[in-house]
Ligand binder design. Structure first.
Ligand SMILES: [Mn+2]
Length: 238
């Protein structure tokens, strides 16, 4: 059983959340974390388990297509309802294949898009205009249909964070997917404890107003899953 510590907020009784940080094509890490979550649920059954992936499934890492395949099919975690959120890398992919602007394709390439394209057998010499026809439609639809945020009780789950001082329902897509400062250093109450990825740190960060769980799996770190239950927080890492 994972070790638990005091969390910055309390979920209603019976509710358990597993939140997974930035994956970036690290299929083996993801499969290992899913197996540990499945084992935890088998060990400590609960009627209301939600598994949330915080975005950035693709780019930079080795198995981007396989990660999207796995999330499209649904992970093998019996007993959990799965929510997949959008990351800025999924947004870059969508823009690169839908706006027709060379600048959007270039932006994606600057941020590790080539590794994703290789997963779809799209070499560096293939022009961006051909990408939409070569990426499986199910994968394009998966990326487009991702939610920006998910709220459970006192927690808001989102890829990057929120703009401090702005109401949660007035946040921009840009901030939710991309923000670093002034969110990371802010001590303000955001109206919910924000559970996010996007900015890698060696260890998970737990503060009064936010929980950061991007531990840089693609940079040689581990993939982190935060477990929230009652007033406690625990971690699974692989
Ligand atoms: Mn990100």
């Amino acid at each position: 059983m994972p070790e638990f510590a005091a969390a910055p907020a309390t979920l209603p009784p019976g509710q358990r959340v597993y939140a997974v940080g930035d994956i970036h094509g690290c299929l083996e890490h993801l499969q290992a974390v899913h197996a540990m979550i499945a084992a935890d649920i088998a060990d400590r059954p609960s009627d209301n388990c939600v598994l949330i992936h915080l975005g950035d499934y693709i780019d930079r890492g080795p198995d981007c297509r396989e990660v999207v395949d796995l999330l499209t099919a649904g992970p093998n975690v019996p007993g959990a309802t799965v929510i997949n959120l959008m990351g800025n890398h999924e947004e870059m992919m969508i823009d690169a294949i839908s706006t027709g602007r060379a600048e959007d394709a270039a932006q994606w390439m600057r941020n590790g898009g080539a590794e994703s394209l290789l997963g779809w057998r799209i070499g560096r010499s293939v022009p961006p205009t051909l990408w939409p026809a070569m990426i499986p439609f199910a994968h394009q639809r998966f990326a487009r249909d991702l939610a920006l945020t998910h709220r459970i009780g006192p927690y808001l789950f989102v890829h990057a964070g929120v703009r401090p001082g702005k109401a949660l329902d007035a946040q921009t897509r840009e901030d939710l997917l991309w923000i670093r400062e002034p969110f990371l250093g802010s001590k303000k109450d955001h109206g919910a404890v924000v559970v996010h990825g996007h900015t890698p740190t060696q260890n998970p960060v737990v503060r009064a107003n936010r929980i950061g769980i991007d531990t840089g799996a693609v940079l040689g770190g581990v993939l982190t899953c935060a477990i929230l239950e009652g007033g406690r927080i625990g971690f699974i890492q692989a």
